[in-house]
Design a protein around this ligand. Structure first.
Ligand code: C5P
Length: 222
């Protein structure tokens, strides 16, 4: 039987990709499946937590007992995360947010031009960094976890991000191998903490990764 060690705690989780429109039929997005974030939401609920899951478009059912809020763009995710922030004790930002969005999404479909071999340019603008905004607003009682999917320099980037975004913990995973990261059912994660400590989670099911990650959060919160 699962221990109910999150009873009375409110957990705010983000998951999945964001989708940034180019025109009414096209968009810019990424390979996030939402599996890791949903596993964390499910694990937190099983342990007695009250869970709100802000989710980009994914092919997953809402975990039973979890309040899911569906969003598409980074702007929508930012507004939902910020309006649910004050009540949260633990914030876990697993979503793969698009860093850039098309500046000027067209209201009608962009047509292919005849007799024109020219490239099509789509100008992109920076999206708000939701996690950084949360880091700026967080109180001393709130515990904020970020995720970092990296292809290079895992440790260096994770530690930099903790400082830059004022986080308590970063869960860093190397993307690019088929048994870990995007889409896979398993993951291999390194947890970095603000105090410089490190906890290694070897390759295992995302469900188990979620439980161990929550163990570590509870331990650090004391
Ligand atoms: O800096 P990077 O995008 O790698 O940081 C990853 C972490 O930051 C994730 O937890 C992600 O959800 C969050 N993030 C965010 N808003 C963005 C970009 C990333 O909240 N615009």
């Amino acid at each position: 039987l699962t221990r109910k060690d999150l009873k009375g705690k409110k957990i705010l989780v983000s998951a999945g990709p964001t989708v940034e429109p180019i025109d009414p039929v096209r968009f810019v997005s990424n390979h996030s499946s939402g599996k890791m974030g949903y596993a964390i939401a499910r694990a937190a609920e099983k342990r007695g937590g009250t869970v709100t899951l802000v989710s980009g478009p994914v092919n997953l059912d809402a975990p039973v007992g979890v309040e899911r809020i569906d969003v598409e763009t980074c702007e929508q995710m930012a507004s939902q995360m910020l309006s649910n922030l004050d009540q949260a004790d633990i914030i876990i930002k697993v979503a793969a947010v698009a860093d850039y969005k098309p500046i000027d999404p067209k209201t009608s479909k962009i047509k292919k031009k005849d007799n024109n071999n020219k490239d099509l340019c789509i100008s992109m603008a920076e999206n708000p960094d939701i996690l950084k905004l949360i880091g700026e607003k967080k109180t001393k009682d709130q515990f904020v976890v970020g995720f970092a999917a990296e292809t290079d320099d895992l440790e260096k980037n994770a530690l930099l991000k903790i400082k830059k975004k004022n986080l308590d913990m970063i869960a860093a995973n190397l993307v690019g191998s088929s048994d870990s990261g995007f889409k896979a059912d398993t993951n291999k994660v390194k947890l970095f903490f603000r105090d410089g400590s490190l906890f290694d989670i070897p390759l295992m099911e995302k469900e188990k990764v979620a439980d161990i990650l929550i163990d570590q959060v509870i331990k650090k919160m004391g």
